[in-house]
Ligand binder design. Structure first.
Ligand SMILES: C[S@@+](CC[C@H](N)C(=O)[O-])C[C@H]1O[C@@H](n2cnc3c(N)ncnc32)[C@H](O)[C@@H]1O
Length: 260
């Protein structure tokens, strides 16, 4: 499938911006419905051309509210974000619920602000200080181009074990990017994702009528669960750990698993 130049408008833990192009190139042309089961920041949807029907999903309700606000009310979102200057006091007032949003779009602005102002987009620790030299993405901008891309996309907010059976049929393509084994605790508002969920996902995917591409960390459990499918190592990806002053680079290979 053809790639585009559009990148996700915010960073996300486990976001696939560095692998998006490789994933899009592996999407079979002959699908009618594209389904992103664990959407996160939607790095893959934004990096690909439109499919006839598209569905994105994530269990995190605050994140889904942000995607819906970008799609439906990009100007109001921009208006609220422009009231939120970079400030330690404001960050903690929002994080600790001392400042309450007056509606869903303001709640989306608060959420995006927290992701943007924190280390690793985790939303909990205020990341602006002279030592870190951290430069976040600009959030005080127009969201029109992302809004336009999301028009016509169905946005769901449910667990993978409901979504996959609900949408499965032959012409469907699932892009599946679950929390990696041992990183499950990185994701908030998810109800937990442990061995049981990894096994349940493998069991569901082994029965689907559609096609799937799964991205995972390379470990014994995943190799065992998917031993009957095609497993390929990805290119090496460089991750930066820590802030500027103490920056370490780590290079890892992950795996792609397909049933085609
Ligand atoms: C590795 S991230 C996806 C990253 C995404 N591909 C991107 O590029 O930004 C995994 C996502 O799974 C979501 N998640 C966790 N448990 C889930 C569940 N049971 N059902 C659906 N989504 C879930 C998390 O909220 C998180 O956004």
């Amino acid at each position: 499938m053809q790639t585009t130049k559009l990148k996700a408008p915010f960073a996300w833990v486990g976001g696939k911006s560095k692998l998006a192009k490789d994933i899009v190139e592996k999407i079979p042309e002959n699908h009618t419905t594209y389904i992103e089961v664990f959407g996160g920041a939607l790095s893959v949807l934004y990096a690909k051309e439109k499919s006839r029907l598209e569905v994105i999903n994530d269990i995190n309700g605050e994140l889904i509210n942000l995607h819906r606000s970008i799609r439906t009310n990009p100007e109001t979102l921009n208006f609220y974000l422009n009231q939120l200057l970079c400030s330690r006091e404001l960050f903690f007032a929002i994080r600790d619920g001392h400042m309450k949003p007056s509606n869903k779009i303001e709640a989306a602005a608060f959420y995006l602000y927290r992701l943007n102002q924190s280390f690793g987009a985790k939303g909990d620790s205020f990341a602006m200080n002279a030592k870190s030299g951290r430069k976040p993405k600009d959030i005080y901008r127009s969201y029109q181009k992302w809004s336009k891309r999301l028009k016509g996309v169905t946005i769901e907010n449910m667990s993978f074990n409901k979504l996959i059976p609900l949408y499965d049929k032959e012409e469907v393509f699932f892009y599946v990017d679950p929390p990696y084994v041992s990183t499950e605790s990185y994701y908030k508002n998810t109800g937990g994702f442990g061995r049981k969920e990894h096994e349940e996902l493998a069991s569901l995917l082994s029965q689907v009528k559609g096609k799937f591409l799964l991205s995972y960390n390379d470990c014994e459990l995943v190799r065992e669960l998917y031993k009957d499918f095609n497993i390929r190592a990805t290119k090496e990806i460089n991750y930066t750990l820590g802030a500027n002053m103490h920056k370490k680079r780590k290079s890892v290979k992950e795996i792609f698993i397909t049933n085609y």
